[in-house]
Design a protein around this ligand. Structure first.
Ligand code: FES
Length: 113
């Protein structure tokens, strides 16, 4: 069974899930990683479930069009929409210190003065 580690608010939360599990669906029925996973729509529209994959990303499928639309070049930083993923392998992710979309699209922008 996949072992999941979720970093949230400076803490690590871990648990095992069945194969082919969607973590947002689980959180919706108040199973791990509830209440330590941020999400809202569950449909790839709001971006609230955005997470940075720390380990295990090589086992995930290619980002779908919703992830590409919402995450843009943050995909290159290892960001994924957790609601769009069905997990079959160990995975470690973080919802701490995420780069906002605007910052990720202009990494070389000069600082505000
Ligand atoms: S929960 Fe809204 S995009 Fe994932």
């Amino acid at each position: 069974m996949p072992n999941i580690i979720v970093h949230k608010n400076g803490q690590a939360h871990s648990g095992e899930v069945k194969e082919n599990t969607n973590l947002v669906v689980r959180a919706g029925i108040k199973q791990f990683p509830y209440p330590n996973l941020s999400y809202r729509c569950g449909m790839g529209k709001c971006g609230k479930c955005t997470s940075r994959i720390i380990a295990g990303g090589e086992h995930l499928p290619e980002p779908n069009w919703k992830e590409k639309k919402l995450l843009g070049n943050r995909l290159d930083l290892g960001y994924r929409l957790i609601c769009q993923l069905w997990i079959n392998h160990d995975l470690e992710l973080s919802q701490d210190d995420l780069v906002p979309a605007a910052a990720a699209t202009t990494p070389d922008a000069p600082p505000c003065t």
